[in-house]
Design a protein around this ligand. Structure first.
Ligand SMILES: [Zn+2]
Length: 361
């Protein structure tokens, strides 16, 4: 989900002259944000806040930097502080709402956007998200919950209880399997929503070939799931891998790597991917698989998912899991993909991209 911050320089009425050093630190902070240097930005905004604690946009900047560093709790604190100082600071509301939504606090997200809209009536972005979230919240009102240490599962009614129980067991097993393989575990409780197929389309507007979705919550269509338990478990493990990846990197992850890791951990065996790649006349080069897959036809999608899975498997085998985790954390910190890849995996990305394909065919 892309987050657009607009108008961050909107003037706030502050009743005293701004401290020039604070102002300079804030300018340096926004430049660092623009350049993708979140760590540096965080330091500048911290300095700006020390000079002038009651300027809302300094807290906004600190919130943006913390968000980019994956420090969601800290980001939330800064953004709430910004909104206490200036409740009409729309960019702070926009980001805070997205963070709450991502943390599974749908009601909180709705509240933040509803408040923001009273101060910026007609804002298109706020209106669209609020409509979608309200629709989702209305649907969830009738849903029931099952919980474990690591998961909250939302499902429609008593009829889905056995399915929710199965999902919970499968997710717990996958959680320890994936976490054990990567040597890392997400710290937040993960929300999983089990939808009937029609609801799933309504809420996610995802292309017909997508079996599940992760957008801060795992969303899985469940029609017929009990008749196909292996397929159901596979989809859950796939989406859970996305939750693991997101807990390490909220940005900068090439789609082949994100989908590839999900492909690796969705089941134990990659024969399906090897067969697809062997049968393909040509492969799509990895550097053309950094963006969204949603534009692919069903056949192309099968191929690029298979490529991603084999490339990710090859990466884990060549480098080991710890460097791959470090790579993801670098991406979260704003390091460019090739730079991060070269310094963590110790193989030039170009060579890797050629080698994985050669050994897969
Ligand atoms: Zn996926």
């Amino acid at each position: 989900m892309a987050i657009l911050l607009t108008g961050s320089a909107r003037a706030q009425v502050v009743t005293h002259p701004l401290d020039p050093e604070g102002l300079a630190a804030s300018r340096a902070g926004w430049s660092a944000i623009q350049a993708g240097h979140a760590q540096e930005a965080a330091q500048h905004f911290q300095a700006a806040i020390t000079h002038d604690p009651d300027v809302s946009t300094y807290h906004l900047g600190a919130g943006v930097a913390a968000f980019q560093l994956g420090q969601r709790a800290a980001a939330r604190g800064f953004l709430e502080a910004a909104l206490r100082l200036d409740p009409g600071l729309t960019p702070a509301s926009v980001l805070l709402g997205q963070i709450l939504y991502r943390q599974g606090d749908l009601e909180g997200a709705v509240q933040v956007y509803a408040d923001a809209l009273t101060r910026a009536p007609g804002d298109k972005m706020l209106t669209e998200h609020l409509d979608a979230w309200r629709k989702e919240a209305a649907l969830h009102e009738d849903f029931q919950r099952s919980m474990s240490t690591n998961f909250t599962i939302l499902f429609e009614g008593p009829a889905e209880q056995p399915l929710a129980q199965k999902a919970l067991e499968a997710l717990e097993a996958a959680y320890w399997r994936i976490g054990g393989a990567l040597g890392t575990y997400p710290s937040d409780v993960i929300t999983v929503v089990l939808y009937t197929e029609q609801q799933f389309q309504d809420v996610t507007r995802s292309p017909g070939w997508a079996a599940g979705l992760y957008d801060g919550r795992i969303k899985v269509p469940v029609q017929g799931a009990l008749d196909h338990p292996a397929e159901f478990e596979r989809v859950l493990a796939h989406e859970l891998t996305h939750a693991f990846v997101y807990s390490l990197a909220t940005r900068g992850v090439p789609q082949w790597l994100n989908e590839g890791l999900a492909g690796v951990f969705e089941r134990t065996d990659l024969t399906w991917a090897r067969d697809i790649v062997k049968d393909a006349r040509t492969l799509v080069p990895l550097d053309r698989l950094h963006g969204d897959f949603s534009g692919f036809s069903p056949d192309e999608a099968r191929l690029v998912y298979a490529e991603g899975a084999l490339a990710a498997r090859y990466l884990l085998d060549q480098a080991g899991p710890a460097p791959v985790v470090s790579l993801l954390m670098d991406l979260n910190n704003g390091v460019g993909f090739e730079t991060a890849f070269n310094q963590r995996i110790l193989i030039p990305y170009r060579d890797f991209a050629a080698n994985w394909a050669a050994q897969a065919r």
